[in-house]
Ligand binder design. Structure first.
Ligand code: THU
Length: 131
């Protein structure tokens, strides 16, 4: 059974923790790991703008620190028409996922579009095969 609703609710509550006083653009992300656990993140900005962290990167950090190894499914939510992951986050998702992993992109009302990591990052750079 699909866990998209669960991912959506988790990402939406993560988004509420967003620290984004500069962009005022709050983002939430939720990931399912290989054990079926959900990990979340929000964007966390900094006065030195490029030092901010995206929601997806924080969620990956949580997954790794909880002992997770792989991303099996991802969802990103923002109050926007289509808040797809930025280029850097596409690479980060590929590192822990694979080209077939689904990335749901949601607004505050629900999922608007489904992608795969491979469709977001065609011919993505990889150095090692996944476990
Ligand atoms: N942001 C994310 O958290 N994820 C994305 O994939 C796109 C952008 C954040 C970064 C910054 O804090 C704010 O959204 C505006 O760019």
């Amino acid at each position: 059974m699909s866990r998209v609703n669960e991912l959506f609710e988790a990402a939406k509550s993560a988004r509420e923790k967003s620290y984004s006083p500069y962009s005022k653009f709050a983002v939430g992300a939720a990931l399912i790991d290989e054990q079926g656990r959900i990990h979340t993140g929000c964007n966390i900005e900094n006065a030195a703008y490029p030092e901010g962290c995206c929601a997806e990167a924080i969620a990956i950090g949580h997954l790794v620190m909880a002992g997770g190894k792989r991303v099996r499914e991802a969802l990103v939510v923002a109050d926007a028409d289509l808040a797809t992951p930025c280029g850097g986050c596409r690479q980060k998702l590929l590192e822990f996922g694979d080209a077939n992993v689904r990335v749901h992109v949601a607004d505050l009302n629900g999922v608007r579009r489904d992608f795969t990591i491979g469709s977001l990052l065609p011919a993505g750079f990889i150095l090692k095969e996944n476990d």
